[in-house]
Design a protein around this ligand. Sequence first.
Ligand SMILES: Cc1cc2nc3c(=O)[nH]c(=O)nc-3n(C[C@H](O)[C@H](O)[C@H](O)COP(=O)(O)O)c2cc1C
Length: 221
Amino acid sequence: MNVAEAVATRRSIRAFKSDPVSLETLRRVLDRARMAPSGCNFQPWEATVLTGEPLAALQEKMRRAAPQDPLEYSFSEPEQSPRHLARLKDLGATMYGAMGIRRDDADARSDFSNANIVSFGAPALLLCHFERFMGPPQWSDVGMWLQTIMLLLREEGLDSCPQEWMSLYARLIKEHIGVSDETHILFCGIAIGYRDPDAAVNTFERPRVPLDEQVRFIGFD
Ligand SMILES: Cc1cc2nc3c(=O)[nH]c(=O)nc-3n(C[C@H](O)[C@H](O)[C@H](O)COP(=O)(O)O)c2cc1C
């Protein structure tokens, strides 16, 4: 698989098969991902990867708990901007539409959103955390590392779904995995496993802004 194929075939998978993911594969992917770039080579990222009983125990704790207040961080600021809010609504309409869930069926939407608790059935979950003093440039570095991981997973035939939803339970998660809440932010999870290729939620077309609305080219012939 070349890079373009890895980029083109990566998508956020929200229905996984139960097939386990081997430690050997995950170690290979994460070892290669160490070569992701970061400003000043700070390499701000850290992670904990769970599977099996420790993952099931965490999911059970989240199922019994409520989202934390205050939030670990806010991921909703762009909703103040009409064109970004429109993209969120577009995603919701396309995704729920593919599953046959109506716009006004709040219960069904909420049930599906709660499937985040079990990472949509993924057998492994990477939890990404880093020190609280990291600023916007380092958050960006962490994003590059995560995308590197997700592309390397494709090369192994594996799939993923990033989950900032996990930050709603950040304190609970950090306590479960033995990471200090005082010193560390819990950024997100990455659900890891093998996609169910037949699930409608894994096959809908994902809208994207046209290139010329995103990038300007200056000085070319
Ligand atoms: C940092 C980050 C966090 C995300 N968190 C969630 C999440 O909590 N739950 C979810 O279902 N999707 C989540 N997503 C997936 C996005 O909705 C998805 O990337 C976007 O709709 C584009 O679709 P694609 O990944 O299939 O290309 C997240 C994506 C990123 C990059």
